[in-house]
Design a protein around this ligand. Structure first.
Ligand code: NAD
Ligand code: GLY
Length: 368
């Protein structure tokens, strides 16, 4: 469901993630951090803790503190980086909650990219067996993917996102102006997840991305706003149909099994999540084509769009086939010892398969 109306800062779109009594809105617009009530009306208790990191704090923390100035307010500033998405950092949030005597009625606010969002969401899922949280995503990747859908968690040295919980936010507020301070590499990483939606579910959106990739890279506000809105709508639809990933939600992991292996294998942070997913998507497309399930033309289009988005399409040298297989065996989509992969029949048509040919997988890994 989509609503749009004018607010102080201009046109705002509202999507809803339909989950019955746990449904929540996604607000999308330029300058939405000036719309205090969008956030405050989703806080039910008196205590608010804003969690952010040392890079984002100087940019947006004052503004967000002002929004919650009428509440009993505390702040936690985490170190910045995927390598800190771990249990030690999570504990910093628990320490602050306990030191400030925060109770079960408190609300956590995640101000940042996917790392801050995932870790804050997991803190909210587990503090006193679950408290409320709100998402203010500030990277493109977090705005189109990680802030929506309630997957929260931290990494383990042996595997990406291995410790976590499903816990939905009370709302997601996307102020697209926050992208003004994001660097080009991070913007490209977010485009990887945008391209993913076209590949798995929406061929017309993929066509649109092919035509508008130049505008997106040039940060055209309207093009970015549409890419964010369409991505969130597709994600909301999938999450509403399969919140706990017993079926179609797994398609959102297209490219992630290969990508997570790259992230874990290179040490968290060396490759950005979106970069690893981009390379992983091309590897999954390649494997689909080797089975005759996907045309070579679709693989070429995928590679071209990823390259136009300034994303890597080859894994790093240290990731040989043996290392990929070792790390892919720890993937969350492994069921009863068997690896399941998201593959493509066409642009816009993904499916989950454990019925792929292991020799062809070896060929994809050797060729990459
Ligand atoms: P990130 O959170 O590390 O942010 C990237 C960098 O940008 C960081 O240095 C951050 O401090 C900085 N930054 C954030 N906003 C900024 C802004 N507006 N201006 C300037 N700098 C800014 O990385 P990410 O790409 O946002 O998220 C990646 C994480 O998200 C991974 O851990 C991944 O596993 C997770 N993820 C989760 C889901 C989910 O469904 N929960 C989905 C996709 C990805
Ligand atoms: N990013 C994958 C998911 O939310 O399911």
């Amino acid at each position: 469901m989509l609503f749009q109306y004018m607010c102080i800062s201009g046109l705002m779109k509202t999507l809803t993630v339909e989950l019955g009594e746990r449904s929540y809105p996604i607000f999308i617009g330029h300058g939405l951090l000036d719309e205090q009530a969008l956030l405050t009306k989703h806080v039910h208790g008196r205590q608010v803790m804003v969690v952010t990191n040392e890079t984002i704090a100087p940019l947006y923390l004052d503004k967000v503190r002002e929004i919650f100035s009428a509440f009993e307010l505390a702040t936690v500033i985490l170190p910045d980086g995927e390598q800190y998405k771990n249990l030690d950092t999570l504990n910093l949030i628990f320490n602050a909650l306990l030191e400030n005597k925060f109770n079960r009625g408190c609300t956590l606010v995640a101000l940042g990219g996917g790392v801050v969002g995932d870790i804050t969401g997991f803190a909210a899922a587990s503090y006193q067996r679950g408290v409320a949280f709100l998402q203010i995503p500030t990277t493109l990747l977090a705005q189109v993917d990680s802030s929506v859908g309630g997957k929260t968690g931290v990494n383990h040295p042996q595997g990406k996102n291995m410790i976590g919980a499903f816990h939905q936010p009370g709302c997601v507020l996307i102020d697209t102006n926050t992208l003004d301070t994001l660097d080009d590499r991070q913007l490209a990483a977010g485009l990887a997840e945008v391209i993913k939606y076209g590949l798995i579910r929406d061929a017309a959106f993929f066509d649109w991305l092919e035509k508008n990739i130049g505008l997106l890279k040039a940060r055209d506000k309207q093009a970015l706003a549409w890419a964010i809105e369409r991505s969130c709508a597709l994600k909301a639809e999938i999450v509403a149909a399969d919140e706990r990933e017993s079926g179609q939600r797994a398609l959102l992991n297209f490219g992630h099994t290969f990508g997570h292996a790259i992230e874990t294998g290179t040490g968290y942070g060396a490759w950005l999540h979106g970069e690893a997913v981009a390379t992983g998507m091309l590897m999954a497309a390649d494997l689909s084509a080797r089975h005759g399930w996907l045309s070579d033309e679709a693989v070429t289009r995928t590679e071209k769009l990823l390259q136009q988005a300034s994303l890597p399409t080859c894994p790093p040298d240290e990731m040989d086939a043996a290392r990929f297989l070792e790390l892919m065996a720890v993937d969350k989509k492994v069921v009863d010892g068997g690896l399941r992969l998201v593959l493509l029949r066409a642009v816009g048509d993904a499916f989950l398969s454990s019925d792929f040919d292991a020799d062809l997988l070896d060929k994809t890994l050797a060729a990459a």
